[in-house]
Ligand binder design. Structure first.
Ligand code: T68
Length: 832
């Protein structure tokens, strides 16, 4: 008999009574089994518990769908190639307010909820900030009862797992669907055909239609997204690609031609095989474009189906009503093909004329920009696009032509700008489609993700369009969900906040945190606050020991930088700072060392598999750690740890235990950043540049509670020029740190190319494009101010409290409320 058998099974889920829940968990263990019956270990317990929770979610999902169907409100569809959902169990029971009941139920089987929740694999269907933002947005849309959906792709393998070997980072496929995901529901009745390749046919009456090529199916999987303390649950609909039995060539198979017999099946598998395949090869690029089109076409067919489903008379027309029922938000340019696809469906399938289809499309779609880095602005080869999507290429050409004509006929003064503004870049060497330009020309609204970023968009990247459409451009400063990023990941601090504010309403009204300000000097609060931080630091230290074998001291200052590894994010400056600190410690007398603030520097993040310098940075952090941590003279005062495989659930352990976090990008390059908001919310002080949302965080928490350094965004271009003209004089401390690494102090690996990127414009030298050299001295000075501040415990705890108190603005509830009102025009539709 297994542990599950001790509890009488009960099929009915909709109860909040621990005994009934235990019965339901037992029921799932026995009657929706995925394992053989005798054992009921933690893993089996996780799946049975998740399925039991899913029963609650399904009920809500069905009620919500029906309610939206009946009331037929305007609805938002969020199109994103990425969602970084992380784990779902703790979040689901938390949002449904049944955490205690499930914890008690699991005790009946001898399990702790936290341990069972730890069994879950992260759903990592995204790369970084952009994907996590999409997931925070879904949580807020559900919580605010907004009629909305997320659409994405059901990648078989998510973002790779990172392993640190002798040579540095290794990538391993992340098998999040190993076994299965208990949260998804396959909808066998929601299937749409998706065509690739083929040609355009012209009928005698001149109508154009896409035909031929290969046709795959998109099959829907729904992941229910519960709102916090509401009956609403919305959907993250993920598309999988399939081929049919008809596509399987039995004749060939029987003839022994196994591969060609199942060719279409294998092509279908490739589409959703991995998140964003490396695009160094032509094949990789084509696959990425296929993925993008697959998402856009399936989602738009589904949106149109729903538009018709909700009122019979829409089947035959009423297309002008479409934008009053549908808002489509494109998360960056990755879903840009939604534009020509909507045009195609309206014209070729529904029979609208160009002008009518264009008006509908323009009023429906809006675009969020997440970067100004030129290399991240998508451009697709016209030849590839024409081959894969011949009809869409025609439509894009027509959009380009009409845009040019519009500018020429209405804005003579802009004629000289047309070439850079148009959708097509017809450079004969490499003709491309500029996706961002297409989004700006076709969408009704374009937004940036923090004030500074949105201003840069308006003043630089999209400045010419602003003079044509002054009202098209907006700012929507990013946000994070306070449920996952404080309430559930940091229960100790949450309880203190609730106790002092005398309410837990802050969980859905984060502005209430300002109420903590008046207690910022209260000694009792200080004691509780410090104790909660220490508990989180101990949990973090345990994680570090478990995954790296390095022991770190919870009494040292925990200094963390976790994010994708990129030169503009300047992890290299961080590690150069640590190297400089180490060298100074070595040179000090033992007596002087005792006056130093002990520090643990932690860096975590994944480097894109083909990004060589990013991988060198990962290796350098590990190499520095190996030397420093084993140096008995100084390792009481400094440790350097690389945290492997940074992901959402690792962040949930690291952020609560952090005291200082680094957001040190070259000013103007980080569009917003969102982990900066999570750290500050958890009472961590930021050291950072005036970049992205740092600017607004500093305004909110107060400049005394933020360690600022570095060049400002508007100085950067001038500083680069100076550097090119040989006017830059490096600080001796910068030279010393680099030289120390070059001397071989951290092993024999050749760091020359990495360090040379910080030098002049020869060889590997890239003239220090990211201005590490310019900012280094002010960075070191700011770090010295941190050391001093940390010695004054009272001062530090106060800074910590004021960071949490000033974080209210950064709730994704605020962000989504602004999108709903100022871009989408949708309102709440709560299930009664
Ligand atoms: C990030 N962008 C911004 N891009 O860098 C960050 N995936 O400043 C911002 O806070 C965040 O978006 C949310 O707005 C990304 O994360 C990607 O991950 C990306 C880029 C290209 C292709 C695929």
């Amino acid at each position: 008999m297994s542990a599950a058998d001790k509890v009488k099974p009960a099929a009915s889920p909709a109860s909040e009574d621990p005994s009934a829940i235990a019965g339901n968990i037992s029921y799932h263990a026995q009657y929706s089994p995925h394992f053989s019956p005798l054992a009921f270990g933690p893993e089996q317990a996780f799946y049975a518990t998740a399925e039991s929770v899913r029963d609650h979610l399904l009920q809500r999902w069905n009620d919500t769908y029906l309610h939206f169907h009946k009331t037929d409100p305007k609805q938002t569809y969020y199109l994103s190639m990425e969602y970084l959902q992380g784990r779902a169990l703790t979040n689901a029971v938390g949002n449904l307010a049944i955490t205690g009941a499930y914890a008690d139920a699991l005790k009946k089987f001898g399990y702790e909820l936290e341990a069972i929740a730890g069994q879950e694999r992260d759903a990592a269907l995204g790369n970084g900030g952009l994907g996590r933002l999409a997931s925070c947005f879904l949580d807020s849309m559900a919580t605010l009862n907004l009629p909305s959906w997320g659409y994405g792709l059901r990648y078989r393998y998510g973002l790779f797992k990172q392993r640190i070997a002798k040579e540095g980072q290794e990538e391993i496929a992340e098998d999040w669907l190993d076994k299965f995901s208990p949260w998804e529901i396959v909808r066998h009745d929601v299937v749409y055909p998706i065509r690739f390749f083929g040609h355009v046919e012209i009928s005698p009456d001149g109508k154009r239609k896409w035909a031929g090529g290969e046709v795959l199916n998109a099959l829907a999987y729904d992941v229910p997204i519960p709102g916090y303390k509401t009956k609403n649950a919305i959907s993250l609909r993920l598309w999988d690609a399939t081929a049919t039995a008809e596509d399987f060539n039995l004749f060939q198979f029987n003839d022994g031609q196994y591969e060609s017999a199942a060719q279409l099946h294998s092509r279908a598998q490739q589409i959703c095989a991995v998140l964003y395949p490396g695009d160094a090869t032509e094949e990789g690029k084509l696959l990425r474009l296929k993925q993008q089109y697959f998402l856009c076409s399936a989602s738009l067919q589904d949106i149109i189906f729903r538009f018709k489903e909700r009122k019979a008379d829409r089947v035959s027309g009423k297309w002008s009503e479409f934008p009053s029922k549908v808002a489509v938000q494109m998360n960056d340019t990755h879903p840009t093909l939604a534009i020509p696809e909507l045009m195609r469906l309206l014209m070729d399938v529904e029979g609208l004329g160009w002008d009518e289809a264009w008006a509908v499309t323009n009023k429906t779609v809006a675009y969020t920009n997440h970067t100004v880095l030129p290399e991240a602005l998508e451009k697709w080869s016209q030849a590839v696009m024409r081959k894969l999507l011949p009809r869409h290429m025609e439509i894009i050409e027509e959009i380009d032509k009409r845009f040019r004509e519009m500018v020429i006929s209405t804005r003579k003064d802009m004629e000289g700008k047309i070439e850079s503004m148009r959708v097509l870049d017809n450079n004969p060497e490499k003709p491309v489609v500029r996706m961002a330009n297409l989004c700006v020309v076709a969408g009704h609204t374009v937004n940036g993700v923090a004030e500074l970023h949105s201003n840069i968009l308006k003043q630089e990247l999209f400045a010419d369009y602003v003079s044509i459409w002054p009202n098209k451009f907006q700012n929507k400063t990013n946000g994070i969900t306070p449920r996952r990023w404080l309430r559930f990941c940091n229960p100790e601090l949450s309880e203190i906040v609730t106790k002092w504010l005398k309410t837990d309403q802050w969980t859905s009204n984060l502005d209430l945190l300002t109420g903590l300000r008046k207690f910022a000097d209260d000694e009792k609060l200080h004691a509780e606050w410090a104790a909660a931080k220490l508990a989180s630091k101990k949990r973090l230290a345990k994680h570090v020991l478990d995954v790296t074998g390095v022991t770190i001291d919870p009494d040292s200052l925990f200094d963390i930088q976790i994010k994708r590894i990129h030169e503009y994010k300047r992890q290299l400056m961080n590690i150069l700072g640590a190297v400089y600190r180490y060298k100074k410690l070595k040179e000090m007398s033992a007596a002087d060392r005792q006056k130093v603030t002990p520090r643990t520097v932690m860096v975590g993040g994944k480097a894109f598999a083909t990004y060589t310098n990013a991988k060198r940075i990962v290796k350098l952090v590990n190499d520095v750690g190996a030397v420093v941590n084993n140096d008995a003279d100084v390792n009481k005062y400094l440790k350097v740890v690389f945290i492997p495989n940074y992901n959402v659930s690792v962040a949930e352990v690291l952020i609560p235990g952090s005291e200082l976090s680094q957001h040190i990008s070259t000013a103007g390059m980080e569009a917003s950043g969102t982990s900066n908001m999570k750290f500050s919310l958890n009472g961590c002080v930021i050291i950072g540049t005036l970049d992205g949302a740092n600017v607004e965080i500093r305004e909110e928490v107060g400049q005394d509670n933020f360690f600022l350094f570095g060049a400002k965004a508007d100085q950067v271009a001038g500083l680069r020029k100076d550097r090119e003209n040989g006017l830059f004089k490096p600080d001796p401390r910068f030279e010393e740190a680099k030289q120390f690494i070059r001397s071989g102090a951290f092993g024999t690996y050749d760091y020359t190319p990495l360090l040379d990127s910080l030098e002049g414009n020869t060889g590997f030298g890239r003239g220090d494009y990211f201005l590490v050299g310019y900012d280094f001295p002010s960075y070191i000075d700011a770090q010295a101010r941190v050391d001093e501040a940390y010695k004054d415990k009272k001062k530090w705890v106060k800074m910590s409290i004021l960071n949490t108190a000033g974080s209210g603005k950064f709730s994704s509830d605020r962000t989504i409320d602004q999108y709903a009102k100022e871009i989408w025009g949708i309102s709440a539709c709560p299930v009664p």
